[in-house]
Design a binder for this molecule. Structure first.
Ligand SMILES: O=C(O)C(=O)C[C@]1(C(=O)O)C=C[C@@H](O)C=C1
Length: 316
């Protein structure tokens, strides 16, 4: 199976933010994210929906998602200018709520209940479609697991299930990471179209999730941009991944120079360089050996120059 999953239904738009299809992986969470969200459930219904959205709007012009506490919150959401509604994991099988949410006409993000099967999860989208709303995103929130003793041992994100939801439905999928971005790279590699962090995730957590999405997404997601701006964004993500790899490569090449009997330009091995270019051409057939040779020559020479400078200054 290809690393780049196929999206059939296209992106779902949260305001101006496209989630899924051939776009980049997005991050939804706290300050610094591509979109923000408010959980009225966290406030047990004591936070009025309109006021909460207005407060978010006052600080942030981008997309705002809202998780209602109950259907009583729904009428206010459209008027208050929410860009999407999140059906929380605990509410996933409240079909009256799901249908009422779908009728708002806003995009619906459906979290998987901790015990819900793939079929049950996918069925929620059918309820939305039956109400005339096809703008559905699935969000994997994890399954509750128990230790051998039977005690609750925590929640485990099921990335295989998330991937299956994407492939079966053709709809965008998110991975819910809470406060901890540690699984951001794994989720994007598994096909997540976006990462949902806690509404008040620390800016460092948001930045770490965005960096992981950018670097892993550059390799795992094939983007299909339709404008110069979007294509430049995609190029920037690929360049970010290239920069990480170039930095790592230059360090490794420097290690080789220190370990070789004769390092630096004096110990250059043109046969090894030709072989590595030929090997790279298998993965970069469009460039081919002829296109890669000058690029790799520049990369290798930059590494050798750096190694010689470091040696001369006693730093390597
Ligand atoms: O493999 C080596 O012998 C190296 O010194 C590393 C390296 C490289 O950067 O890949 C650099 C110079 C050689 O001509 C060949 C390859």
């Amino acid at each position: 199976m290809s690393l780049t999953a196929r999206a059939e239904r296209g992106a779902v738009h949260l305001g101006a933010l496209a989630v899924g299809a051939a776009g980049p992986a997005v991050v939804i969470g706290g300050a610094g994210a591509d979109a923000r969200w408010i959980s009225l459930r966290d406030h047990h219904g004591r936070l009025p929906a309109a006021g909460a959205v207005a407060e978010a709007r006052a600080q942030w012009a981008g997309p705002v998602l809202v998780e209602p506490f109950s259907s009583a919150d729904l009428p206010e959401l459209v008027a208050a200018g929410a860009d999407g509604v999140l059906v929380g994991a605990a509410w996933m099988q409240d079909f009256q709520l799901v249908r009422a949410v779908a009728r708002l006409g806003l995009p619906v993000v459906v979290q998987r209940g901790p015990a819900a099967t793939l079929e049950e999860w996918l069925a929620v989208a059918d309820y939305c479609v039956a109400e005339g709303n096809d703008q559905v995103v699935f969000c994997e929130t994890g399954s509750r697991v128990r230790a051998d003793s039977g005690e609750a041992a925590g929640v485990v994100l099921d990335l295989a299930l998330m991937r299956a939801a994407r492939e079966r439905s053709g709809r965008p999928v998110l991975a819910c990471l809470g406060d901890d971005p540690a699984l951001a790279a794994a989720a994007v590699a598994a096909g997540a179209d976006g990462l949902l962090l806690a509404p008040h995730a620390a800016p460092e957590a948001v930045a770490a999730a965005q960096e992981a999405a950018r670097i892993v997404g550059a390799v795992a997601r094939r983007e299909d941009p339709a404008s110069v701006l979007a294509a430049r964004g995609a190029v920037d993500r690929v360049d970010a991944a290239l920069a990480v790899l170039l930095e790592r490569r230059v360090e490794l090449a420097g290690t080789i120079q220190r370990l070789k009997p004769v390092g630096g330009f004096a110990g250059r091995d043109m046969d090894r360089e030709r072989r590595l270019v030929a090997e790279m051409a298998r993965r970069a057939p469009t460039l081919g050996e002829a296109g890669l040779a000058p690029i790799m020559n520049a990369v290798i020479e930059a590494g050798l120059r750096l190694a010689e400078e470091r040696r001369a200054s006693g730093r390597g």
